[in-house]
Design a protein around this ligand. Structure first.
Ligand code: FES
Length: 537
């Protein structure tokens, strides 16, 4: 068996032919394996000194610059270990801001006050694909005693749900168990952390309410998630799920557990929670509720009648599939402004940029469109077409080898660019969401000007200013002044469900009432998607 020496200190024994990413992840090393080893994100970089040129795969040559190849940078998921190796890991754990606040109207919790519950607590959890947020709630008063959050421990199996479903499918003997153990362990750790801080016995926790997308709930409960990854996308679990925490390894084992029901495979309990908390059923007029992420989930309410759809936006808006993309963490460019004196960047945590996150790339594109560097079609103008002395020539780059164009946002200490390929990825993502919105509106006899309000929910959307959302065309220009941010309604919905059986019943009824349009089966979807790839200006 070959041996792998990691960072000059630890030596791991490895089954011959095993994928290096799998070995490192299983051994607990931090690795940015965003696509779970499918070779499409280009993020799982490690350094293997003395790699010869012939060892690089086609995929690696596509993602790695010639300079990186010279330095021996490899994509761990592309390396099969067949002989002894020395490896240097390059990822490190970073600060990641988690959205733990959200709209929570008083009416949603007023049924909760129960003096008999003095000294009893509950956990409301938003189990998201990227982050997990828990609130410790006093059941008598409904008040929040503590909050704890972390990046979802399942990230080592890939950053999006499809990567994790693929992992489960590719490892039928242990994949499902590993995924379940990761999220159960994650929740137990957060619960334990809050109990310790509040000096509470875990036994005082009587109830746990979970809000999550359909895949996360399947994985948490140990149900088969593979059918969620292929047509006809049928969930194994239907309706609300109730069990005792101990049945899945959660602590304390006697706590009653409740998972908010989903509408379909891609409109999960997190969206039902949001629709409930935002009162979509009770609001007059035309209201659009949008949760932007790898999947864009959209609910349209017309005087309380609700229809929904889900669009596969892909991970570009979360900074993935972008050449220098990263999540919204320390070192990521989150805002871009182009002024006469040059490009100004806002970087999370201050300091120089290491890459760019989703909000940064949208802000950058909006600015490039405004300054005429980027055309409506998504193509960069050629610097030769600009007049002599034009400031824009300074940051437009043309690769002498293949003629591809890019914009340089930062020169030092590491150059950070937005490439033509990055722009295409964003166009695909925004086109998917916008065409979903347009089809949902059209199917219900509306046009954008007839919308009274647009609610933006979730972690990612909360960072996107109105002008960027409409500027790049994710949302129609007509609604710019009608956009409201409602925060983490998946979490506040879980709080409401935790506190009241009445709310749980209403959510179950709501999940049945929300209609669902499968965009893949809508004949005009492809046409609409092509139409909305263009930027609006
Ligand atoms: S390319 Fe290796 S994990 Fe994505």
């Amino acid at each position: 068996m070959p041996f792998v020496k990691v960072n000059g200190t630890h030596t791991l024994e490895c089954a011959s032919g095993l994928n290096l990413m799998t070995l490192l992840v299983r051994s607990g090393y931090e690795l940015n394996n965003a696509c779970g080893g499918r070779g499409v994100c280009g993020k799982c970089k490690v350094r293997i000194p003395n790699t010869s040129e012939s060892e690089f795969s086609k995929t690696e040559k596509m993602f790695l610059t010639p300079e990186e190849q010279r330095q021996g940078i490899r994509l761990a998921c592309m390396v099969r270990v067949r002989q002894d190796l020395e490896v240097e890991t390059l990822s490190r754990e970073k600060e990641y801001a988690v959205l733990a606040e959200g709209h929570l109207p008083e009416w949603a919790t007023e049924q909760s006050k129960d003096p008999a519950k003095s000294g009893e607590y509950g956990i409301a959890a938003d189990v998201g694909t990227t982050t997990v947020v828990c609130r410790l709630i006093h059941l008598e008063t409904g008040k929040t005693a503590d909050t704890a959050a972390s990046v979802n421990d399942q990230k080592k199996f890939g950053l999006d749900v499809l990567s994790r479903i693929s992992y489960e499918q590719d490892h039928p003997e242990f994949g499902r168990k590993e995924l379940q153990d990761a999220i159960v362990g994650n929740l137990n750790r957060l619960i334990e952390e809050m109990c310790r801080r509040q000096e509470l016995s875990p036994e005082s926790i009587r109830r746990i309410a979970i809000s999550g997308n359909c895949t996360m709930v399947h994985m948490l409960l140990g149900a088969d998630a593979v059918p969620l990854g292929k047509a006809p996308f049928l969930p194994v679990l239907k309706g609300a799920q109730r069990c005792f925490a101990g049945e899945i390894g959660l602590e304390p084992e006697g706590a009653e557990m409740y998972c908010i029901p989903a509408v379909s495979a891609y409109i999960g309990g997190d969206i039902v929670a949001g629709a409930y908390i935002c009162g979509l059923k009770k609001l007059p007029g035309n209201v659009l509720f949008v949760d932007i992420g790898t999947n864009g989930e959209i609910v349209l309410a017309q005087d309380g009648e609700m229809n929904s759809c889900s669009c596969a936006a892909g991970p570009a808006l979360e900074g993935m599939n972008i050449q220098q993309g990263m999540r919204g963490e320390t070192g990521a460019i989150e805002d871009v402004e182009i002024r006469p004196d040059g490009i100004h960047l806002k970087v999370i945590g201050g300091g120089p940029a290491e890459g760019i996150c989703g909000s940064g790339i949208l802000a950058g594109i909006n600015e490039l469109l405004r300054c005429g560097v980027l055309r409506k079609s998504g193509a960069f103008v050629h610097p030769d077409r600009l007049p002599e002395g034009d400031e824009r020539k300074k940051y437009l780059q043309v690769n002498p080898e293949d003629g591809t164009r890019s914009v340089r946002l930062q020169e030092n200490p590491v150059p950070v660019n937005i490439t033509q390929k990055d722009i295409r990825q964003v166009q695909l993502a925004k086109g998917a969401i916008r065409s979903g919105i347009e089809i949902l509106l059209e199917n219900n006899g509306l046009d954008p000007s007839m919308l009274d309000e647009v609610m933006i929910a979730g972690q990612f959307g909360s960072h996107l200013p109105q002008e960027d959302l409409t500027g790049v065309g994710i949302l129609p220009e007509e609604v710019r002044e009608r956009i409201h941010y409602v925060g983490n309604t998946a979490l506040t919905g879980a709080v409401a469900a935790l506190l009241s059986e009445g709310v749980r019943r209403e959510m179950e009824a709501l999940a049945k009432e929300i209609g669902y349009t499968e965009l893949g089966e809508t004949p005009e979807y492809e046409y609409r998607l092509a139409e909305w790839l263009e930027f609006p200006k």
